[in-house]
Design a protein around this ligand. Structure first.
Ligand code: CP3
Length: 348
């Protein structure tokens, strides 16, 4: 039987082909701003139960697709499943964010497991397989992991902190021990991403949410180098793997990140400077972003203006329309619809 090839606009952009109307999805698109998410979240019990019950994780992944017909679905999980599979204690307390047992001395690092128990992550792969079966062929499925630096910031401090001082301090005081954590995360993230590709992911994103707190030298060592190793490690076994990097807050260091890591695209935050992005980033790779999530909460004329700015700055080149960071729980659903209508009405 002749198989009709269905084009996925999201993958087209990652492969270097600009689309007339930019494909669109939102970071954290499955989440608390959706009543159907809150309902299933309550039924599941804990957040990790939601992540590790394939039926629920698949359902939550598909909720925003049904509502908004985005061009990509991102598997519902969390970056902290890797420390969990490494045997660290990971808990999500309601309204408090993640809590882990801190890991901040060379002695503790010496006792850290080198290999994750990937059996614990099997439910994520199963969720990917389920979503893949349900997803319309023109919609892409994204797998992801946290970047080693960002995951390490939570492992070291045991929680999120305003500027991730505990991990920055450990990297200065105990660089060898800190590098051990990073190495363990690099190796296990490669295996995890390859597992997600095998389970049906069409593309991968590496979330380095806390890259922007690092001085340039540290950024090179803890954000760029590990991302480069992950990209190379994944491509060694999956040469065509499409990979998006998100070094949030990288600012003027973004061109160096793009050049060194070999990613196919970068997700840019809302503070990115348009001419730097166009002239030194979008000329090499695709760009994803970068609506301010607060403009999406505000709505009205401020939202229209912010959407138009993103389109005016970047839609002449390879663009995947997205937010500059995750959608916030208080965002009205009507504002997401307003944003989508405006993006999809875009004409060159
Ligand atoms: O984008 C998606 O829809 C896929 C799911 C996804 C989640 N977390 C679900 C989640 C993704 C891609 C992540 C990534 C993630 N997790 C990052 C990097 C991206 C970013 O947004 O900065 C980070 C730093 C984490 C760690 C994490 N998980 C934190 C700091 C928190 C608490 C903050 C918060 O928003 O509550 C989480 C919990 C979390 N991860 C929630 C969701 C939907 C909320 C938990 C809940 O429902 O109670």
């Amino acid at each position: 039987l002749a198989q009709k090839t269905v084009v996925k606009p999201f993958l087209e952009v990652l492969s270097g082909r600009r689309q007339q109307v930019p494909p669109v999805w939102m970071m954290r698109q499955a989440g608390r701003y959706l009543p159907e998410y809150r309902e299933l979240r309550a039924k599941a019990g804990g957040f990790l139960d939601l992540c590790f019950t394939p039926e629920y994780a698949a359902e939550v992944t598909l909720q925003p697709i049904r509502r908004f017909n985005f061009d990509a679905a991102i598997i519902f999980s969390d970056i902290l499943v890797i420390p969990y599979a490494l045997g660290r204690s990971v808990r999500f307390e309601a309204g408090e964010g993640p809590r882990l047992d801190p890991l901040n001395t060379p002695e503790q690092v010496a006792a850290l497991a080198r290999h994750a128990d990937f059996g614990k992550l099997e439910p994520v792969y199963e969720a990917l397989r389920r979503v893949k079966r349900e997803l319309a062929p023109e919609i892409a499925l994204i797998g992801f992991c946290g970047a080693p630096w960002t995951v390490a910031t939570y492992m070291v401090a045991g929680q999120g902190t305003p500027d991730q001082a505990p991990a920055r301090m450990m990297a200065y005081r105990h660089p060898e021990a800190f590098a051990e954590i990073i190495d363990v995360l690099v190796e296990n993230s490669i295996q995890y991403l390859l597992g997600q590709l095998k389970a049906g992911a069409d593309a991968l994103q590496i979330f380095d949410t806390w890259a922007g707190v690092l001085p340039p030298r540290e950024f090179q060592r803890w954000s760029i180098e590990p991302a480069k190793r992950i990209v190379a490690g994944v491509r060694a076994q999956a040469p065509d793997a499409k990979i998006i990097g998100f070094p949030r807050g990288a600012g003027a260091l973004l061109p160096a990140y793009v050049e060194a890591t070999g990613v196919d695209a970068v997700s840019i935050d809302w503070a990115a400077e348009p001419s730097l992005i166009r002239e030194r980033v979008q000329n090499r790779v695709a760009v994803q972003g970068n609506l301010d999530p607060l403009a999406l909460i505000a709505g009205g004329a401020a939202l229209d203006r912010a959407v138009d700015d993103v389109l005016a700055h970047f839609a002449q080149g390879r663009l995947i329309f997205n937010l500059g960071h995750g959608i916030q729980p208080e965002t009205p659903i009507a504002h997401v619809e307003q944003m989508l209508q405006r993006v999809r009405a875009y004409k060159t």
